[in-house]
Each structure stands twice: as C-alpha cells, then as structure tokens.
Ligand binder design. Structure first.
Ligand code: GTP
Ligand code: MG
Length: 198
C-alpha cells in the first residue's frame, strides 16, 4: 500500500500466512508472481528452498496482508519446506492438470499438511495450467471430487492467462478471514494475534 501518512503497523489490519505446496514444476512460483506482480515466466527456475512475496488485499473492508510462502516442490527440499507449515493460516495445494503424477501426489502433500500444520488451517486444492486443455490428463470433475473428499475448496487456475488466480487467493483469504477474525471478534475477545490498526 502506498500511503506515506500511514505508519508501518497501520498498513494492514491482519496478517495471513499462506503456503504454496505441490510437486516440482506445477506452477507455484508463477501463481505467486502472477498474483503479486502480474508477471508470468515461461522458463522460470525451480525454487531452491523457500521464497516469499506479500500483497495487501481488501477482504470485507479490512486490509489483509497476505504473506505468501512459495516452497520448492523437489523432493530433496521436503523436510526443509515442511518446517514452514507450522504457522500457516492457509495452504494452496497445487497440481498440474497436464501431469497425472502431480495429481496422484496430492494425497502425500495433504498428509504432510495434516501432520505438520495447525489443525484449523484452510486449504484450497488448485489444478493449475488450465490453459493447456489439449494436454489435459486430469479432468475438472476429478479435481473437484478429490477436493470434496477432503472438504476443501477447489479452483482450476492458469498462471499463464491469469484465469482464476485472483479468485483463488481472494477465496482462500476470505475463508481465513471469516473463520479466524469474525469468529474471534464475535466472541468479544480483544486483539487478533495479527497486527491491528484502530
Ligand atoms: P518448483 O519451484 O520446482 O517446485 O516448481 P513450481 O511449482 O514453482 O513451477 P514454476 O512456477 O517454476 O513453473 C514450472 C513451469 O511451468 C515453467 O516453465 C512455467 O512457465 C510453467 N507454468 C507455470 N504455470 C503455468 C500455467 O498456468 N500454464 C502453462 N502453460 N505453463 C505454466
Ligand atoms: Mg517454484
């Protein structure tokens, strides 16, 4: 947010930590760069360890600072990246609709999340590269059904065209906000654990 008059901690009402997970090459880094910077890179480098970007968005009239952690999908980083799961408010579990193994591995990623993440975190299942319809090997219905089995939201996205990328991140942030903040404030308790502005 560009506002010179605002002091640092008046910049946003709540801070949400969101973690992108999923197999190597499914498009996590490009989903983040599309959302945070409106950028897409056809030959992006594989992420080493963990990266992050932030974006301030408005949800129900509140300024939410979305701090989005982009983890490496390569197996060798798995124990390192899962260390970041513990304090996450939400996860974007991504697969590639043109890559069947990346969809089969959702079950393993989900297990990691359930093992390492807070039990009340919110998860969206994200089938990325929806622009590659000619190479599609995972149908929309399969993705939707798996999401229903896990009781999580589902989106098909394209980091290349931008389709549904904002909708997905806003959807997740709205779910987190309504669950965490509204219920908490509704209970009459003061403070939120996140940075607040009057
Ligand atoms: P790791 O960092 O290794 O875990 O991979 P990643 O999940 O971050 O994948 P990345 O964003 O680096 O994308 C891998 C490749 O897929 C790159 O060549 C991207 O250009 C391409 N890609 C990412 N998203 C899309 C998409 O929505 N459509 C198409 N057609 N290609 C995409
Ligand atoms: Mg990456």
């Amino acid at each position: 947010m560009e506002n010179g008059k605002m002091q640092k901690n008046y910049e946003y009402d709540h801070l949400f930590k969101i973690v992108l997970v999923g197999d190597h090459g499914v498009g996590k880094s490009n989903l983040l760069s599309r959302f945070a910077h409106k950028e897409f890179n056809l030959d992006s480098r594989s992420t080493i360890g963990v990266d992050f970007a932030t974006k301030i968005i408005q949800v129900d009239g509140k300024n939410i600072k979305a701090q989005i952690w982009d983890t490496a999908g390569q197996e060798r980083f798995r124990s390192l990246t899962s260390n970041f799961f513990g304090r996450a408010d939400g996860f974007v579990l991504t697969y590639d609709i043109s890559n069947r193994p990346s969809f089969d591995h959702v079950i393993g990623w989900m297990r990691d999340i359930k093992t390492r993440a807070p039990p009340d975190c919110d998860i969206v299942l994200c089938g990325n590269k929806s622009d590659l319809d000619n190479d599609r090997v995972v149908s929309y219905e399969e993705g939707k059904q798996l999401a229903e089995e896990y009781g999580v939201e589902f989106f098909e996205t394209s980091a290349l065209t931008g389709m549904n990328v904002e909708k997905m991140f806003y959807g997740l942030s709205t779910t987190i906000k309504r669950k965490r903040i509204d219920e908490f404030e509704g209970s009459g308790a003061a403070g939120s654990g996140a940075s607040t502005a009057e």
